[in-house]
Design a protein around this ligand. Sequence first.
Ligand code: FES
Length: 181
Amino acid sequence: MINSSAQKTDAECFTVPQHTTIMGITMDDKVKDLMGSLGRGRGSLIPLLQRVQSEFGYLPRETVAAISDALVISESEVYGVATFYSEFKLKKPGEHTFKVCMGTSCYVSGGGTLLSQIIRRLGVRPGETTSDGKYSLDAVACLGCCSQSPTVVLDDVIHGNVTPSTLESMISELENGSEAL
Ligand code: FES
């Protein structure tokens, strides 16, 4: 991950106190709710991290503490797993996230050009979020739809056979406040 000096540190981005209530629900309660029938212990850690990230879009620090309590494992172990796997995000993502496939098929079909286009147009590099919190960018491995290379994911919707022109349209629609394609 490429860090920007303009971005906040992980600690600064963790903004939801564990014991703060959100509509009367504490973070501990929320994590226990997400835990559902998962048992305690490290065997439930990855599925619980996935559920928490699905709920919040990332893993706020306070959820790490709440997960530690719920699974009865150390915070350092939770944090270690969360930082080891690239699927987990410890920083709040932008309002819109581009993921550009850099797998072999997409790369040779122009994925690198598309990635450069987003970097240039939005001023964001892979692994970063713009300072206004609007856009995040990730370069990702094969998405499993190589027949449609090059592929770009915008807000969890996969777009295939993307050209610089169609990418420009996607960006323009976002800049104009329209829904993504
Ligand atoms: S290489 Fe991009 S989808 Fe397979």
